[in-house]
Design a protein around this ligand. Sequence first.
Ligand code: SF4
Length: 655
Amino acid sequence: MTKTWNQKSERQVLGRAPLEQPAFLPMSKKEMDELGWDELDILFITGDSYVDHPSFAASLLGRWLVAHGYRVGIIAQPRWDKTDDFLAMGRPRLFASVSAGAIDSMLAHYTAFRKKRHDDAYTPGGKAGARPNRATIVYSNLVRSAFPNIPVVIGGIEASLRRITHYDFWTDKLRRSILLDSKADCVVYGMGEYAMLHLAHILDQYGETSGTPFSYIAQEVRGVAYMGTREDIPPQAKIVELPSHEDIEADGKQLMTATLTLERHVQKADEWAIQPVGKRAVILAPPALPLSEEEMDELYGLPYAKTQHPSYKEKIPCVDMMTTSITTHRGCGGGCSFCSLALHQGRRIASRSKESIMREVEALTRNKRFNGSISDVGGPSANMWQAYCKASPEKCKRQSCMYPKVCPQFTVNQAEGIMLLRDIQKIKGTKNVRVASGVRYDLAQKEETALRAYTMEFTGGQLKVAPEHICDGVLNRMRKPGLASFEKFLNAFKKYSEQAGKEQYVIPYLMSAFPGCTDNHMHELGNWLRARGWQPQQVQCFIPTPGTVATASYYARIDEKGDEIFVARSDAERLRQHHILIPSVGHKNSKASRGKRSSYTAKQTNAKQTNNKHDSGKRGSSRFSERDSKKRSRQSQRDPQSGQGKASPFSVNKS
Ligand code: SF4
């Protein structure tokens, strides 16, 4: 059944008169009663606990929907052996929205070597085990049992990155679109503000959906995927064909074709995509367009309580770090092949205005709990605030705005970003401002004054950067800049640190067992580190998370061009590469295994190792602080348990 695709309706005024924002979104019938809500319009079910902060999608989208007139409640980390928790606030009027939380539940539960994790920064008390494996599927089926025939919308990184056929590392198998196993009506993929609002608006207009297929309802909405047939795509739509699930099963190389095509689908943003599976197909509407500055300001200016819901008895470990972290933008032009961001947020940057950011900091300084330190100001890459493409991004055929060289069309005034940081520092009550988000060093080198300022004023003793490797053969497959660029950056960092009279460190993110990386490459990296006196204690072993180009390489043992490459596939091969840099990993009696080894990441040549308490276990924390499911959407390779002040799960202590 087809419907006229009405582009104009995309961002027409959607929703109803705004509702008054509650102190917290309700989690119980009692709280609903206190708000005078006799029912909910939309029920959120999430695998994370409820922290009322824009870094949590349930909070961000929930408050956004309240601002547009819909009553939203949250069921966080429900029991999954029965439906009682799902029933707590009654049947919602419009639909149930299900998410595994800010990261894929399998990644949250298992290490790079498929060992069970024991902690969880997004759960009260930091204890693991509060959500099931494949939480999206489990919750979706339970909510259907609790409320028969209710429309179920799934979203978040787990659903988004599993929207078509994908490789599942934890079972070492291909899986069909998550739509089939979850039996959800649609996936909201990418950033969901307008998709959720649009769905609420349409379902509200329909009233009782009574048999109207979702494949009809969802046709007006950008950023959704649903099951259907070709007849369920608007007739005038441009359609891109993905290899069918069966084709990919028959020829693993087709996974690379599907992944690259989907990446392009996100970048072009004006086409529909279709993936046949059995007698039906996954239909993907064009992705959501990035929010405007005004919309970003509206979204981040909502009155988040910036703390955990008062019903929790135990502290949620991630809260402290998140409370003092300010999001400036979303999206990343990097397009690194291992990063899920390319398929989730895309490469276009959506930024907040300076005024909006300043207002948030001013409000933070009025909070009694604020101690004057802002732990981070940034986004997926700290120095991409206000960046834009001055050409036509929808026509662009590149897969990265940074690789092989920073694109001349990529426009960003990094000096403005530095001015922002300096002005934040001047706000009364603010003692120091840090940039903990990764700084894209190839971009930083384009503006020497900005690089100087990052180094001399805002690193807090350490600057996180992501060379990932030093061998160009590996870096090319990662879509990362070459070694020469990293060495140039290191020289500048050293020079400016000396000028500032500060002993400062670079924290390099490094990766082992990347597709195409051999033992020899790892030895080369080890020799390079030793020559500089660096002692890496945390190295990320590549995890083939669903949906990335690197994962397609891992599965099919080919590069992007289709040429065969070496891939360390077995645990033994992967561990062997890891041991080349971190010999103690996996050895029972190693210092690391006894938990006595420092989690300090790396020290720079000629510098004494610091005891800086800020070092400890923070690797990857910036990339996993889930700025509104944007930073944490970079789940592919970084520590998903950030903010705990403990060693990374992939560090020597845990791998
Ligand atoms: S033209 Fe350049 S800046 Fe624009 S999207 Fe393409 S790579 Fe990025």
